[in-house]
Design a protein around this ligand. Structure first.
Ligand code: BGC
Length: 842
């Protein structure tokens, strides 16, 4: 363990002194070999009273750990994760692409750099531990939080997750890999019992975590809400104590998901920190349990050591941020490398601007900011740009006419109000609403903080003010509403406090008007209220929205406004007159959410019909999708070009514009299969269950199922086209290797056979050609992304170790490699295998 020099004025100085004293003692003791080596954290813990130790094991508040002032042990500040630094005061931050997009880059080095800048942004805001990354495997295409996590494949998820952890921690910010484990659905998320075989756990669901933990050593792990095989994950003795801390020798901290602790005995099972604070099941109850002998002293000591180790790691002095680190450019590069070009008949893309006089840009996502999902990962974006704005910007000097039509509306409920509808003043020289924070609940006196607000979906805000005012604060947004069309505007509010909304001097929503109670993401009590108002285009009306703080510290406000929708006819008319049509479609701001699974793979709001009609009207139709996972494409045969842009973060619109017009070359590959039908998915029969969900498909998750059962996918795992073409050749490898300890080195060459610089991800799959247990047809065991200039050839090598060939043997409870024939298959996707090599393990 290293303890760096600490300033004598630091609160942590005393800890430092104790540690070095303890360390000296340990070294001495070890030298005499009379007692086993003891870490300085253990020494420090031995100097704490039982009460002090137990106090460390639960949060102080929703986002902080408990300090011990007597010893100068500080409190740590946590924040969500993973898409950016979510501020509990609602401050804007960089919104990076969501998890699936991050995985679609297949570029761990890039993700490490991205996470490093994210870590620096966290650090600059005082955040010491980020509640990220999310490493849960996609079991069903409907999983409500798939967008936040990486892949249906544990190897890809593990590599990308490890890169994220390394990047974040290299900036001095702790990573919290979540949610350990089998947290694969939102339905009944707090209680669902996942019934999973050991083999499926080991080969699929644990495997991502195991990879990240062994390769990148995250400082924290978050245990999931759900149960696995009858035991809540926060008290899962086998998975926490035996597997994670025992077999994997994990030395970091295990914290509960927010409110996931079920009783003080969780500490015995291996839970180190109950979150959020203050203590509910730990604290006094844990103290009583220890005194009653139900929780051992050693479990408490071990947990306290892990808390102190996290504090030590997360409070090391950091070098100042490097000047060349730029969150924006990395957020754009990741969005760009994530874009998966799914179909490109006759090289319709990139669009040739020289041959274009008029472009129609249509669809509900064309002039909307669809960049992230909902729930705890939601970040107030530092920048908002729509694809229409980005394309207009890119083509501003080109002699091209751009026509726009929304065509249809795909929002399930009114979307977070568009800041462009508002201005603080009637002259509209600024966009957004004026916001004033008051340190009292009657909005008297001068505001304590004011500004102009552009984001009306706030997952947590005003936390500092809540603390300062003991919950007695209020906020008012005010200005003018500029209706872009004649018609009815639907208003929808969700709030944890209480609100009053006035538009054009009419009170549309107030606390005494009808409301509906709900629990956000199953945990936060909130209210929804709806109203509507008829407005005239261009006639500005005053608007005022007042929020009174909820009695509990978590403030949530979503002010939704649905503008009268465009019609398909307008969009079809625009398509008919254009050289090209770009349809921006897919999920909306409300369809990918924590706390709710998707109900189907369909895209909502008449989008399928719109795409069919547009592509019938213009054969040069490109569909650009926002998606957090697979979507059904009943129109696929009639559309020549399809792009998956995911939920690409705040620079996503610019990245997509570059790609469409050939300023960048797509290189994203799918981190999951897109099935034709939901029914094709192996979990279909048992997902999501009700109290119990049975993982009857076992290890046959995603492509492992589609390949083995010969089910043709719409787009296979690993698929993604480029504007370049690549040729694979000269695969070399040994004919035989030892089954006891295979370490197989293979090499091959890849050539860019096009006139454009581009990147290709080479995927290495292994097939066990004869096995005593059923095994998937092939499994991803390595990959590498190569950047190649036109005509350039690169030679690349891969190392395949024992685990690449092994399966988990439930009977023997261990990894096993069977002698026999294996095929090493090299692909540009899981269904585009370019080279193969046979190898015998003896
Ligand atoms: C989510 C976690 C999140 C935590 C804190 C929970 O409901 O499941 O992912 O980190 O809240 O916001």
């Amino acid at each position: 363990m290293t303890i760096l020099p600490v300033s004598k004025t630091s609160k942590f100085y005393l800890l430092y002194l104790i540690c070095i004293t303890a360390f000296a003692w340990t070294t001495n003791a070890h030298a005499k070999s009379t007692t086993p080596p003891t870490s300085s954290f253990e020494q420090l813990v031995s100097q704490l009273t039982l009460e002090e130790k137990v106090s460390l094991l639960a949060g102080e508040s929703a986002w902080t750990t408990m300090p011990i002032k007597r010893l100068g042990i500080p409190s740590l500040l946590f924040s969500d994760g993973p898409t950016g630094v979510r501020s509990v005061d609602g401050d804007p931050a960089t919104v990076f692409p969501v998890g699936v997009a991050v995985a679609a880059t297949w570029n761990p080095l890039l993700i490490e750099r991205m996470a490093h800048t994210l870590g620096q942004e966290a650090r600059s805001r005082g955040i010491q531990v980020l509640l990220a990354p999310m490493a849960n495997v996609h079991r069903s295409p409907l999983g409500g939080r798939n967008f936040e996590s990486y892949s249906e494949d544990p190897y890809l998820g593990g590599k990308i997750g490890a890169a994220y952890v390394r990047g974040l921690q290299s900036a001095g910010v702790g990573a919290t890999v979540k949610h350990f484990v089998a947290n694969n659905q939102e339905h009944n998320r707090l209680f669902i019992d996942a019934i999973v075989s050991d083999r499926a756990l080991r080969e699929i669901y644990l495997a991502t975590f195991e990879h990240i933990i062994k390769e990148a050593k995250p400082w924290a792990v978050m245990s999931a809400y759900n149960q696995v095989n009858g035991s809540f994950m926060s008290s899962h003795q086998t998975l926490l104590r035996k597997v994670l801390k025992g077999e994997w020798a994990y030395d970091g901290l295990v914290m509960s998901d927010w409110g996931a602790t079920h009783g003080a005995l969780a500490a015995e099972a291996g839970l180190d920190l109950e979150m959020p604070g203050p203590a509910k099941h730990f604290g006094q109850q844990l103290l009583d349990a220890v005194k009653a002998g139900k929780v051992s002293q050693s479990a408490i000591d071990d947990a306290a050591v892990r808390v102190l180790r996290l504090i030590d790691r997360a409070t090391q002095p950091q070098p100042p941020a490097k000047a060349d680190v730029d969150q924006s450019s990395l957020a754009k590069t990741v969005a760009s490398e994530a874009i998966a070009l799914l179909k490109n008949e006759d090289d319709l893309l990139p669009l040739d601007i020289k041959k274009t006089k008029r472009i129609a840009i249509v669809g509900p996502n064309a002039d909307a900011v669809i960049i992230q999902g909902g729930g705890s990962s939601h970040v107030v974006p530092a920048l908002k740009q729509t694809p229409l704005e980005a394309i207009r910007g890119l083509l501003q000097d080109e002699p091209v006419e751009i026509i726009y039509a929304q065509g249809t509306d795909n929002e399930l409920i009114p979307p977070g109000a568009d800041y462009r509808l508002f201005s603080p003043t009637r002259d509209r020289n600024q966009l957004g609403l004026k916001v004033d924070f008051y340190s009292n609940s009657d909005l008297s006196g001068s505001p304590v903080k004011s500004g102009v607000d552009r984001h009306f979906e706030k997952v947590g805000f005003g936390t500092s003010l809540f603390q300062q005012t003991d919950g007695q604060f209020a906020v008012r947004w005010s200005g003018y509403f500029f209706p872009p069309k004649d018609g009815d505007y639907q208003i929808h509010l969700i709030q944890s406090g209480s609100v009053e909304l006035k538009i054009d001097s009419k009170t549309l929503v107030s606390p005494d008007m009808p409301s509906h109670k709900l629990k956000l993401a199953d945990i936060i009590p909130a209210t929804t209220q709806a109203a509507s108002i008829s407005l005239k285009k261009g006639q500005a009306v005053p608007v005022s929205l007042t929020y009174h703080a909820a009695k509990f510290p978590f403030q949530f406000l979503r002010f939704g406004v649905r503008t009268p929708s465009g019609t398909p006819e307008e969009a079809i008319a625009a398509a008919k007159t254009a050289d090209f049509v770009l349809v921006f479609a897919g999920v909306s701001t409300t369809s990918e959410q924590e706390g709710q699974d998707r109900s189907s793979m369909a895209i909502h709001g008449g989008q399928n019909e719109l795409i069919e009609a547009i592509s019938a009207a213009n054969s040069n139709t490109v569909v650009v999708l926002n998606n957090g996972g697979p979507v059904a494409m009943p129109w696929i045969n009639g559309v020549p070009a399809v792009v998956s842009a995911w939920l690409p973060g705040q620079h996503g619109a610019a990245a997509v514009a570059d790609m469409l017009f050939g300023r960048s070359n797509p290189s994203g590959k799918l981190p999951m299969t897109f099935p034709y039908l939901l029914e094709d998915n192996p979990s279909h029969a048992t997902f999501p269950g009700d109290k119990v969900t049975r993982y009857d498909e076992g290890i046959f998750v995603g492509y492992r199922h589609y390949d083995t059962k010969s089910v043709a996918p719409l787009f296979p795992f690993g698929h993604g086209l480029s504007y370049s073409t690549f040729q694979y050749s000269k695969l070399n490898g040994p004919q035989t290797a030892s089954a006891a300890d295979p370490m197989v080195h293979i090499t091959l060459e890849v050539k860019n056979t096009s006139q454009r610089a581009g990147s290709e991800t080479v995927q290495v799959y292994i097939s066990d050609l004869k096995s005593t247990l059923p095994r998937p047809t092939q499994e991803l065991k390595s990959f590498a992304k190569l950047a190649l200039q036109p005509g350039e050839t690169k030679r690349i090598g891969f190392e395949l170790d024992k685990r690449s060939f092994a399966f988990w043997d439930d009977a023997e409870q261990q990894w096993r490699v069977e002698p026999g024939l294996f095929a090493i298959r090299i692909g540009s996707s899981s269904r585009d295998i370019r080279l193969a090599h046979e190898l015998e393990l003896k």
